[in-house]
Ligand binder design. Structure first.
Ligand code: ATP
Length: 234
């Protein structure tokens, strides 16, 4: 479904991604794990067109998308950015409807809104609340819900657990699994390696701009070097 080949990204003199190759198949959760500054956000931002790669090819459903970044949402891809970026002065419902701005299928929008409320009952309870007054976890839920409102096939999720308490992190990861069951494909970027691997099909480990390990998540979670470097075990 999504293929990234030989991606090279520079920020001035910094070579942030060095020949990155990844592949995501339909219906999978694929995670990119790596520590601070490894290049995870840069990879997602390159796919969504926010960052312009110097070299490399990104294809989505057989079509090269590196050349048409601004049309990414119309292709069925949405990005839920790190740090949420919700509209603080709009209500929960208004934020969710903003996610559907490119659509005009009113009935299906209404149905998707109900689906988001089913997935996040907390958002339903707070439908008229100003988004800026939500807790961090609720804001993350809102950001994911808003992404879903574009009816994407592929969701790029950047560090959904960042800065959240353990209990809410657990909920967020459970919900990501439920979203997969809604026939969506997910590319997940996470520092929280254990939780990410636990729900993923495949994973890539990014270190200083390079993919150093890849494999099935169930194998990586048992790999001694991964455990030591990323899962806090010895
Ligand atoms: P984190 O988990 O801390 O967000 P990350 O793995 O997502 O890290 P990136 O944000 O992709 O890493 O950053 C990769 C490298 O590129 C870092 O060295 C970072 O300082 C650098 N970088 C990122 N964005 C820019 C920018 N706009 N200008 C200059 N350098 C940048």
């Amino acid at each position: 479904m999504l293929k990234v080949e030989n991606l090279n990204v520079y920020y001035g003199g910094i070579h942030a991604l060095k020949g990155v190759d990844i592949e995501v198949n339909q219906g999978e959760i694929v995670s990119i794990i790596g520590s601070n500054g490894a290049g995870k956000s840069t990879l997602l931002n390159s796919i969504s067109g926010i960052v312009k790669p110097k070299e490399g090819i990104i294809t989505y459903k057989g079509k090269e998308i590196s050349k048409l970044p601004h049309k990414i949402v119309k292709q069925g891809i949405c990005q839920v950015p790190e740090g949420r970026h919700i509209f603080a002065n709009l209500t929960v419902k208004e934020n969710l409807l903003m996610g559907a701005y490119i659509r005009n299928d009113k009935d299906k929008i209404q149905k998707d809104l109900e689906n988001v409320y089913n997935l996040f009952p907390r958002l339903k309870e707070r439908t008229s609340q100003m988004a800026g007054t939500l807790s961090g976890g609720e804001q993350q839920m809102l950001a994911i819900g808003r992404g879903l409102m574009s009816d994407p096939e592929l969701i790029l999720l950047d560090e959904p657990s960042l800065g959240l308490a353990p209990l809410i992190i657990k909920t967020i990861f459970e919900i990501i699994q439920q979203i997969k069951n809604m026939n969506k494909t997910i590319l997940l970027v996470e520092q929280n390696a254990y939780q990410a691997l636990a729900i993923s099909d495949k994973a890539y480990v990014l270190e200083q701009g390079r993919i150093v390990t890849k494999g099935y998540a169930k194998d990586l979670i048992n790999d001694a070097s991964i455990q030591e470097a990323y899962l806090g075990k010895k």
